[in-house]
Design a protein around this ligand. Structure first.
Ligand code: BES
Ligand code: ZN
Length: 847
């Protein structure tokens, strides 16, 4: 076990390692409970380092022997690693350790999943494989020999040689240990081929367990599309002879970009029309792209230390969102990203877990793979591109690749290439990386003579890590509309740098209507009493048009919650027109019907000084759905019929948009007909999108029992589909039943709680069910806490991530706060709590 005493690590304390690593040779003798790992590592004193302490990380390792230049040494060993006297000249370190993959339930290091061996080394898992300087700024080439009876033996780089019971791999590109990977097992390859822009032939494989072969085609196609896109848009070519992806069933995250050997959660790569929804396909395409894009933004250029995580993750999320926008619909992707940002990142910024995109301290780095680092990190890249322009962005990124290839870099390096290639001073812009909190942007308008003026005032609420926020650079894309809905001024980007700043637009013959923050050009909260009904009808910017519908819906819901007001007819009227407009993309119209999440309504109520009542919020949303059904009633059936897809299933944007709108209609139809059409859709469904949507609506109408039974009988042998079955029942439960439903599911014979996908499907769904999780009797809190306490010793990383369900506890009433506090205390007082969970609970309780 790790040392439980919390130790905080600071960015300001960075020093380089005392030694460089010239090359690494590893030999694995695989055995489920007693794998032997022999290492041979060439070290040399690092001329750039002053501290020459030879410390190698190592956890849960049994050292069998160690040698320096062939002579046995006796290092001193702690739970974190070893130190040893070494010569002040280049030397060879050799060691043999024994590890227990079968006993490794944390899914970090080398572990077993469904009978195969696999690894997860980011961020600090390599130290559970052998003694090594496990830090991203130590880069080396790796040669790996694997001995084992498994038919497939994989590691990073290119295959060197193999025979019965062994294989050897060599990765010529220097890399940090976190990108190391090894996979061994009885796996089936789904092969592919790719020729790069310079004619290099690359062998592609997607490795899966026997039985999953039929779920590979889409992933392979997505990989090829990603490779083409990165060549075309970023000029980045693949750099090995082979690229392998492996699907594993037990995985803490979505996927991992190990050099030449990406490892994927099977839920993030396996897809077939019968078992995967349109949303699954889109996510899989994006994750494959994301991990592939890391080959340059992350692997060829990596991070100096883990504080720089956004250097690779923010940039790579930005790149994968560009990819999805190009492959599918850009406005639909942008709207989905903003929904996600507001739901997860704004929540972080508003609570005790607020931290900057580049944090300055942490206890457990695994806790900083957050929406702030990822999603706000990507927004910061998007703002940079908006500020300098697309061409200057491309030039700066080219310079980044030229200048830093093969290096472990910092955010300063990234900003420097933009300063050097554009001549701009980005000093103030850098505050986006160092300040936590979401800026609020207040807008005032005036119209005098023929001059229209906008005055912006920015204010960022203080937080624990940023008690005194300074003004940031905010790019505001905006346009002006004339009273007839025509464009009075096309989109311009205003650059706000001061706390208060005005911009004038002369030559306006009549008072224009402003459309502000088009495309959500900055991750801020806009405080502006805009003419949303007008913008919903006329805005030429698709994002802001959607945003207007969202603002109207939210305003109406807030009035229902606070004053019991009936749903706003201006909203419903505007919505009806947009939904009926056949010229608009069905996917976009489906998004228009969506309502803000109940947790977002709770956040807004709290921000405005009210105490949110989860039951009242739930009822208000229900009343609004009813009002939508009534307002749209004449078009529900015609639109449902018009958006049935008759061609063979394809997971593309066009078909999935149709299904999304059709199912949005079906949701409302089911409110009217009690489930007749939904049952018919369920019975006729030939793809998971249609089947699962119908099942969800049937459960919502309390008509789901037969279909749930049929679904289980049909899919009991498919784990990924059964995850949906577990999750959906919790998601669709009535608030008062949510905890009981989840409890019953935890007693189901298929509830394998050590599998992160199944655990998250069931208990994650409860945490996401706003009114259910916050049930007045505290049953939701208690159930989640029970399971987090049970999971923590087995899998700290997944436990810690799920603690974030409690981060909003200060929003709620005194009774709920007391109930949550008691659970937080119970978790905190659990003996032997992991460092991961202890840090999360500690930060949440400090609120
Ligand atoms: N490098 C991460 C995976 C990772 C995260 C490993 C945390 C270890 C700890 C990978 O590139 C990643 O970001 N994966 C995301 C999906 C992606 C599309 C944002 C994930 O796994 O959720
Ligand atoms: Zn990533």
């Amino acid at each position: 076990m790790r040392d439980a005493a919390p130790q905080t690590i600071y960015l300001k304390d960075y020093t380089p390692f005392g030694f460089t690593v010239e090359e690494v040779h590893l030999t694995f003798d695989l055995a489920p409970s007693a794998t032997r790992v022999t290492s041979r590592i060439k070290f040399a004193p690092n001329p750039d380092a002053t501290d020459k302490t030879f410390f190698l990380h190592g956890e849960e390792l049994t050292l069998r022997w160690a040698k320096i230049d062939g002579e046995t040494v006796e290092p001193s060993i702690t739970a974190e690693g070893l130190t040893c006297d070494v010569p002040n000249i280049p030397f060879v370190w050799e060691s043999e350790v024994q590890i227990d993959p079968a006993g490794n339930t944390a899914l970090e290091g080398l572990y077993r999943s469904s009978g195969m061996y696999c690894t997860q080394c980011e961020a600090e898992g390599f130290r559970k494989i052998t003694y090594y300087p496990d830090r991203p700024d130590v880069m080396s080439t790796f040669t790996v020999r694997i001995n084992g009876p498994e038919p497939v033996l994989l590691s990073n780089g290119n295959p060197v040689a193999s025979g019965k019971g062994w294989a050897e791999w060599h990765d010529p590109w220097p890399k940090p240990a976190y990108l190391f990977a090894l996979v061994a097992g009885e796996l089936i390859a789904h092969p592919g081929k790719f020729t790069t822009m310079n004619g290099r032939k690359v062998e592609l494989n997607l490795y899966v367990r026997p039985g999953d072969e039929h779920k590979c085609a889409f992933g392979m196609q997505a990989l090829k599309a990603s490779m083409v896109w990165d060549e075309k848009v970023y000029g980045r070519e693949y750099d090995l002879d082979i690229f392998n992806i492996v699907a594993v069933d037990d995985f803490n995250m979505g996927a991992m970009e190990n050099k030449g050997l990406n490892v994927f959660n099977s839920s993030a790569v396996l897809a077939s029309p019968e078992t995967s929804t349109d949303q699954n396909f889109e996510r899989i395409e994006a994750i494959i792209a994301h991990e592939y894009f890391h080959n340059w933004t992350g692997n060829r250029i990596t991070c100096r230390d883990w504080f720089q995580l956004c250097l690779k993750e923010g940039l790579t999320v930005y790149r994968d969102s560009q990819f999805t926008s190009d492959m599918r619909s850009a406005p639909v992707k942008r709207i989905s990203d903003v929904i996600d940002l507001r739901g997860r990142q704004f929540t972080e910024d508003q609570g005790p877990l607020a931290h900057p995109v580049r944090p300055e301290s942490f206890q457990e780095i695994n806790n900083f793979y957050t929406a702030t680092v990822y999603e706000k990190g990507a927004e910061v890249i998007g703002m940079l591109r908006t500020l300098v322009g697309a061409d200057a962005y491309s030039k700066a990124v080219d310079l980044y690749f030229d200048r830093h290839d093969g290096q472990a870099c910092t955010i300063e390096d990234w900003i420097q290439v933009f300063e050097d290639s554009t001549g701009r001073d980005l000093g103030q812009f850098k505050r986006w990386y160092s300040q936590a909190g979401t800026p609020h942007l207040k807008v005032a308008e005036s119209y005098e003579g023929d001059t229209y003026t906008l005055t912006f005032t920015q204010h960022t609420p203080p937080s624990a890590t940023t008690p005194d926020p300074k003004p940031q650079v905010i790019p505001v894309a905006m346009g002006l509309l004339a009273a007839d809905g025509s464009e009075a001024m096309g989109t311009q980007v205003l650059e706000i740098t001061k706390e208060t700043q005005s911009f004038s637009f002369p030559g306006q013959p009549a008072r224009p209507v402003p459309s502000i923050l088009r495309g959500f050009s900055a991750p801020v909260v806009l405080d502006h009493s805009a003419d949303h009904a007008f913008l919903l009808a006329h805005d030429t910017d698709p994002f802001n048009r959607w945003e207007s519908a969202r603002a109207l819906a939210k305003g109406s819901l807030m009035a229902t919650i606070r004053q019991g007001k009936a749903p706003d007819s201006a909203y419903l009227g505007g919505l009806t027109k947009v939904v009926a407009d056949d010229r608009l993309d069905p996917a976009y119209r489906a998004l228009m019907i969506g309502l803000p999440a109940q947790s977002e309504l709770a956040a807004s109520l709290h921000a405005e000084g009210d105490v949110p009542d989860p039951d009242a919020i739930h009822l208000a949303v229900d009343a609004m759905r009813e009002a939508q059904a009534e307002a749209l009633q004449d078009m529900l059936h015609p639109l449902y019929d018009a958006h049935q897809v008759t061609q063979d299933y394809a997971p593309d944007a066009a078909q999935s948009g149709k299904r999304a709108l059709g199912n949005a209609m079906l949701a409302l139809i089911t409110r009217r007909d009690g489930g007749a059409v939904a049952q018919a859709q369920y019975d006729a469904a030939t793809n998971m999108t249609q089947q699962l949507a119908a099942l969800g609506f049937l459960i919502g109408a309390e008509q789901g029992d037969a279909a749930l039974g049929a679904f289980e009988a049909q899919w009991k042998d498919d784990r990924l589909v059964m995850d949906k079955w577990f999750g959906l029942q919790v998601m669709k439960a009535k608030p008062d039943d949510a905890a009981d439903t989840a409890t019953a599911l935890t007693r189901h014979h298929d509830f394998n709680w050590k599998n992160p996908n199944r655990f998250r499907a069931t208990l994650g769904a409860l945490a996401m069910h706003h009114a259910g999780f916050h049930a007045k009797d505290g049953s939701g809190y208690a159930l989640l806490a029970d399971w987090l306490i049970k999971l923590d010793p087995v899998n700290p990383q997944t436990t810690a991530r799920m603690c974030s369900a409690f981060q909003t506890w200060r929003r709620y009433d005194a009774i709920r706060q007391t109930l949550i506090k008691a659970q937080l205390e119970r978790i905190a007082n659990t003996p032997g709590l992991s460092r991961d969970t202890a840090e999360m609970i500690g930060r949440i309780r400090e609120a």
